[in-house]
Write a protein that binds this ligand. Structure first.
Ligand code: F0G
Length: 420
């Protein structure tokens, strides 16, 4: 049996209690387990033979009734050795863990399969989240599968088109808030306090973090449990970096890996409160009041899980770095054109951040590094079209096509036709 525990005052709550913050001190909650119980379950199950997926790790998950699992086949995403990109960046062993290969195209599906399954166990009928886009797309899909009513609050005009399309087609009630993500999140927190019938599935919900920790487990398994030096991941609301760290540390506690990687968080320069806190050695995070970046997924000024993220980075002796919009877009193009992996701008920030850290001498070329790319490039087609080389439009004639492809020059054709 799992339980919930306040990360500040240590107060404990049952796993079936619907609560998002500690009722005593207001801090974040974490899911805790009885290690002997997990060890017993692991010994009895054949989990290491199961295919890679979130549910391979079911013995580490806070779900009692596996018959209730709501799944769209999440996890088991690609783990790509990127030799060409590595050479360009000056890293000998560089891997991309491509979370865009999840069912709705982002890592959020790992959290939602567990979070929505928990909602079924708890008897919820309706679910809600605030989102910069991917969480809303994922929740809408899993709510559809579970037969729940779903509402999502998004910042008006600041979410990528593909994500909006997903939330709409899966039948969520989409509310565009004339404000930013941080404001939308405050509204859903208040709503879920006020209307107890609606279950909140932002990453403040510790059950979602449990699903996302499978990303850490999976990386260890894809590396055959060999040591990893550094993990680089984009940071927005700071749930994912905290979740991955939880995965790594649990595997370590069970003796499944011998060492832990340095957690390296990357934020966009216009929305980088965690980076500022790490650089200033501060124990708190000063919110960015007007966050702004082209990477709309991480356009967040007041990350709710900041405390967990600071712990992950500091405990692992990691670091944090911010990158400009230009650096993000250059990295997006580089990854697409050198490795064939198309990711959305927020995801490319991990590559941009690694590039900067190597250039600054903070990352060594001998390190074994994994960059997590968090969402698929098709989520945000407008950016790709704006940044890419423009298509050439021609008449439906072979000659025009040959000229466009450089097989013939316009001048040569004109000479042949006698018009020159
Ligand atoms: N990358 C992508 C593509 C995201 O969508 C997000 C977060 C992040 C990185 C950052 O992850 O918040 O756990 O630090 N998107 C959320 C959303 C906020 O609403 O879809 P984080």
């Amino acid at each position: 049996m799992a339980y919930q525990k306040c990360m500040n005052c240590g107060r404990e709550f049952g796993a079936d209690e619907i609560i998002y913050f500690c009722s005593k001190c207001g801090d974040l909650l974490e899911i805790k387990y009885y290690p002997d119980e997990i060890a017993r379950k692991l010994r009895a199950s054949n989990w290491e033979k199961a295919p890679l997926s979130v549910w391979r790790y079911r013995d580490f998950m806070p779900i009692d009734d596996f018959s209730k699992i709501v799944t769209l086949n999440e996890g088991g995403t690609g783990f790509h050795l990127c030799q060409r990109l590595g050479k360009l960046l000056g890293i000998n062993q560089l891997y991309i863990k491509n979370e865009g290969e999840n069912p709705t195209g982002s890592f959020k599906d790992r959290g939602m399969t567990v979070g929505v399954t928990k909602a079924v166990e708890l008897g919820a009928k309706s679910v809600i989240c605030a989102s910069t886009g991917n969480t809303s797309a994922s929740l809408a899909a899993y709510a559809a599968k579970a037969g729940f009513d779903c509402a999502v609050l998004i910042p008006s005009g600041k979410i990528a088109y593909g994500k909006l399309a997903q939330a709409m087609i899966h039948g969520a009630r989409v509310i565009k808030v004339r404000g930013n993500f941080d404001q939308a999140l405050n509204f859903v927190l208040e709503l879920s306090e006020k209307h107890k019938t609606i279950y909140l599935l932002n990453s403040i919900n510790p059950f979602r973090i449990e699903g996302q920790k499978s990303l850490g487990f999976e990386i260890c398994d894809q590396l055959n449990r060999e040591p990893l030096d550094r993990l680089v991941v984009p940071v927005g609301n700071a749930g994912n970096i905290s979740a991955i760290w939880k995965g790594f540390t649990e595997y370590h506690e069970f003796g499944l890996v011998k060492s832990l990687p340095r957690m390296t968080g990357i934020q966009a320069a216009g929305a980088d409160p965690i980076v500022q806190a790490i650089k200033n050695g501060s124990d708190t995070v000063m919110p960015v009041v007007k966050p702004d970046t082209i990477a709309t997924a991480i356009r967040i000024g007041a990350p709710v899980s900041w405390k967990k993220a600071l712990i992950a980075i500091r405990e692992s002796v990691g670091t944090a770095e911010s990158v400009s919009d230009k650096e993000i877009l250059d990295a997006q193009k580089m990854l697409a054109q050198i490795e064939g992996i198309f990711v959305e701008p927020a995801s490319a920030s991990s590559i941009a951040g690694l590039k900067k850290l190597v250039e600054n001498g903070e990352v060594d070329s001998d390190e074994r590094v994994i960059c997590v790319t968090t969402g698929h490039g098709l989520k945000d087609p407008n950016i790709a079209i704006k940044m890419g080389e423009k298509p050439i439009e021609v008449e439906a004639q072979m000659e025009a096509i040959e000229i466009a492809l450089g097989f013939k020059t316009e001048r040569a054709v004109a000479v042949l036709e006698g018009s020159l």
